[in-house]
Write a protein that binds this ligand. Structure first.
Ligand code: NAD
Length: 262
């Protein structure tokens, strides 16, 4: 039985994670942390997530966590440092899906991984993890004469752009095409498109869970690789799978590719 504490437990991902954990016979929710300003503090996390009472109160006090094997954090970049400190102090594994992280945050993850097992992924779905491999293959085959554009779409409440997943796909493309020429959106008299440039475009609206397309545009043909997430459950299932994978592992950095065996 893997004991899991959720950080950001009343958020969109937090609630979905609690729903997934409540259906998994190999996991148990043992803690539900929220920010001190959360209006739901003191309420039962299971009730808030819509799965009935789980006897775990939403709390902003880490000392309320009596027992835990793995922390799962889906909050904000600002919360990463204090959350890592909690995990390191307790000597427990740390799975994090927060996006919009900067170099300072990656350095914190690296430092913590000397003490505890750490896994960050900008997208926990199987499909996106496979998509990154397919994009790498396509980029290698379509190495000349193709213009590459990334288009992502997310719900109106998303705070960062481009998405962490788009950045991950961009990193793959930059590496294969050996370019750092990236344009984020276009407007005005932009002139002809330079060769070896990668375009990145973010759409925001409604309740879109997360769409990503990489377009390889050649002369007379266009290859598009698209992934569409229709429910947050896919991310939550991947994160819980990662938590089970990490429980009991030695300190270090781990990847979602290792978890999914890709
Ligand atoms: P959300 O705003 O619905 O939820 C975030 C929650 O974190 C809120 O309830 C907020 O009160 C809480 N929070 C903020 N600061 C906190 C703190 N210091 N301590 C405890 N809780 C705190 O957002 P969301 O849609 O659930 O997304 C959260 C993050 O996860 C975003 O960065 C998003 O881009 C990312 N995300 C990643 C994946 C993935 O697969 N990696 C999938 C979906 C979303």
């Amino acid at each position: 039985m893997v004991e899991i504490t959720i950080m950001g437990a009343a958020g969109r991902m937090g609630r979905t994670l609690i729903q997934v954990i409540s259906q998994d016979p190999d996991c148990r929710l043992t803690g539900a942390l929220e920010s001190a300003s959360c209006s739901l503090l003191g309420q039962d996390a299971g009730t808030v997530a819509g799965v009935g009472n789980l006897n775990v109160r939403l709390s902003s006090d880490p000392s309320d966590i009596t027992s835990c094997d793995v922390f799962i954090d889906f909050t904000t970049p600002e919360a990463l440092k204090p959350h890592l400190e909690i995990a390191v102090a307790k000597g427990k594994a740390f799975v994090v899906g927060t996006t919009g992280l900067q170099q300072e945050h990656f350095s914190l993850l690296e430092k913590a991984s000397q003490t505890i097992p750490v896994l960050w992924a900008p997208n926990f779905s199987v499909g996106i993890t496979l998509m990154a491999s397919l994009v790498r293959l396509a980029a290698k085959v379509l190495s000349t004469g193709f213009d590459v554009e990334i288009i992502e779409a997310h719900h109106r409440l998303k705070k960062d752009a481009p998405s962490g997943t788009a950045i991950k796909l961009l990193e793959v493309l930059k590496e294969v095409y050996q370019t750092s020429d990236v344009v984020y959106g276009r407007s005005g008299i932009t002139g002809e498109r330079p060769q070896n440039q990668i375009g990145v475009h973010a759409i925001r609206g409604g309740d879109i869970v997360g769409d990503h397309t990489v377009s390889f545009c050649g002369i007379g043909e266009r290859l598009e690789i698209t992934h569409r997430a229709s429910s947050r459950e896919t991310f939550a299932r991947g994160a819980v799978r990662a938590a089970k994978f990490l429980a009991g592992k030695p300190a270090g950095r781990y990847t979602i590719e290792e978890v999914l065996g890709l």
